[in-house]
Each structure stands twice: as structure tokens, then as C-alpha cells.
Design a protein around this ligand. Structure first.
Ligand code: ADE
Length: 274
């Protein structure tokens, strides 16, 4: 996978050399190029932002600088005509802007983007970037995505890009040591639940014992215990995820557990009783 990142703080991404991501780069699984947006400026101050049109606080990132940079990275000709119905061609780069006022970035987005060959991330700063930038590239057939990583505001897109990048690249075949750990995780698959609690040795620590069934050696019972724990935890902490489950895909034991937790499971999706 080819990755370009554009930021006014390129050093922020030095951390990518660490850990599993660093190893993936060494092995050639991912190629990352980090660019300083200021390299595309022409003025002595290398300015990338200006005051908001219509008034308001803060500064907004200028379209001209971003466009010179993105034309080059996305290989879009300067004179390319606008086409409101332009569809991205398969295999072409996906342009991603983190933005607190955009749809939420989910595991499903990460999975979809892990199949792309080339991702280009643009990190906004200050009050954001001129809204014509994503529109311009969409109208030139680029697959442009804007995502928020959560309902809170950060100082800029760098942290959000790191989060998305990690969620996407760890899904690449060969990135993780143990591919099974991805299958078992929270938010994975159509019937996503929070993951069950995990324990390691010793079996008793400071007077606290692990649930005895986990050391019973009965794999069937262990699986059922973990599944029930995942259902209970999700019902308590993220009932919105339970309400999205497909009842037709639930087994008899899952239904029984959900009913005991106060859910009705006879419709298309579970409904909380009472
Ligand atoms: N930039 C600032 N806050 C953000 C958020 N929550 N998600 C994505 N990008 C952001």
C-alpha cells in the first residue's frame, strides 16, 4: 500500500518508524511519504492559511496551496474540467481529510480502505480547510473521504490521521503476527460486539480469581462463557450495537442470553423491553 501524508508538522509522523508499522515499512508492505504542505507555498512567509470569509474566529487553510500539492500527488491535470457526476476509477488514489464535522470513521471504513492501493491523507489545522478543496477533487473523479474520529475537537488532523492509518494498515495481510486476533476483535464482522474480557496467569492474583470456567479445559463452555460475557458487556456499555444485530444471524443460545438481558429478539433487530 502506498501512503502519502501532507501536514504542516511532518515530524509528527516520525513515530511511524516505531513498532509494527516500522516493521511493515521495512518489509515493504507499506510505503509512506510524508510531505510538508509549506513546500508548495511561494511567499516568503510560507503561509498556508487565511482569515475566514464571512468572519469568525481562527484561520482557514487556503485552497491554492493544497491544490498545488494535491494536483501533484494525485496526478490531476491543472486544466481538468469539472464533472459533478465523475466516478472514481478503480485503483486510483483515495484522498482522506480528517474533519470533526464529518461522518464517523468506523471499523467498516478501515476495512474498506485497507483494500485501496494508494491513500493520500491531508491534515487540516486551525479552523479547518476551505470547503472547495474536497469538492474540487470529487468533481475531477477522485474518491474523496472526510471522516471524524469522534465527537470531540482536536487541534489538527495529525492525531486523527495516525488513528485511521493504524486502524487501516493493521488489517493488511501480513501486518499482524496473528491474523486470528483480528477476526476475534470488537467491531469486526456483521454482528459486531465488544470483545469479552481477557485474563492471563496467575489464576489468582491479589485474592482475585479468574472465572473458573476459563481453566476448566472445556472449550465449548469457554466459548459460551466468552460470548455471553461479550453480549452482557455490549448490552450494558453499547446497547446501540445490540440494537443493530441481525436477529436471523443469532444462534439459540445468543437469543436466550439476550432475552435474559431484557431484549426482544423476534424482529429484524433486537429491541429493548420495558
Ligand atoms: N480534527 C479536529 N478534530 C477532529 C476529529 N474529532 N476527527 C477528525 N479530525 C479532526
Amino acid at each position: 500500500m502506498d501512503i502519502d501524508i501532507v501536514s504542516v508538522f511532518p515530524e509528527y509522523f516520525d513515530v511511524l518508524n516505531l513498532s509494527l508499522f516500522g516493521k511493515a515499512m521495512e518489509r515493504g508492505l507499506v510505503t509512506v511519504r510524508v510531505h510538508n504542505l509549506r513546500d508548495w507555498t511561494h511567499d516568503v512567509h510560507q503561509s498556508v492559511d487565511d482569515t475566514p470569509v464571512g468572519g469568525g474566529a481562527g484561520m482557514v487553510m487556503k485552497p491554492e496551496v493544497w491544490a498545488e500539492c494535491l494536483d501533484e500527488l494525485l496526478d490531476v491535470p491543472v486544466d481538468a474540467p469539472a464533472d459533478a457526476d465523475a466516478a472514481p476509477s478503480p485503483g486510483s488514489p483515495v484522498l482522506i481529510f480528517p474533519n470533526p464535522s464529518a461522518p464517523l470513521f468506523t471499523q467498516q471504513c478501515a476495512t474498506e480502505l485497507s483494500h485501496a492501493e494508494h491513500l493520500v491523507f491531508g491534515c487540516g489545522r486551525y479552523e479547518g480547510y476551505d470547503a472547495r478543496i474536497p469538492q474540487y477533487y470529487r468533481e475531477r473523479g477522485v474518491d474523496v473521504r472526510e471522516y471524524s474520529i469522534g465527537d470531540y475537537v482536536l487541534n489538527g488532523g495529525e492525531v486523527a490521521v495516525s488513528v485511521m492509518l493504524e486502524a487501516i494498515t493493521r488489517l493488511l495481510p501480513g501486518f499482524m503476527g496473528n491474523a486470528d486476533s483480528i477476526v476475534e476483535e470488537s467491531y469486526t464482522g456483521a454482528n459486531a460486539l465488544l470483545e469479552h474480557s481477557q485474563y492471563t496467569k496467575p489464576a489468582t492474583w491479589r485474592g482475585m480469581a479468574v472465572p473458573p470456567v476459563l481453566i476448566s479445559g472445556d472449550h465449548g463452555k469457554v466459548d459460551r462463557f466468552r460470548r455471553d460475557e461479550a453480549l452482557g458487556k455490549t448490552s450494558r456499555l453499547r446497547p446501540d450495537l445490540i440494537a443493530r444485530l441481525d436477529c436471523a444471524a443469532l444462534g439459540k443460545a445468543d437469543r436466550k442470553t439476550l432475552m435474559a438481558l431484557g431484549w426482544e429478539v423476534s424482529g429484524a433487530h433486537p429491541r429493548r423491553l420495558g
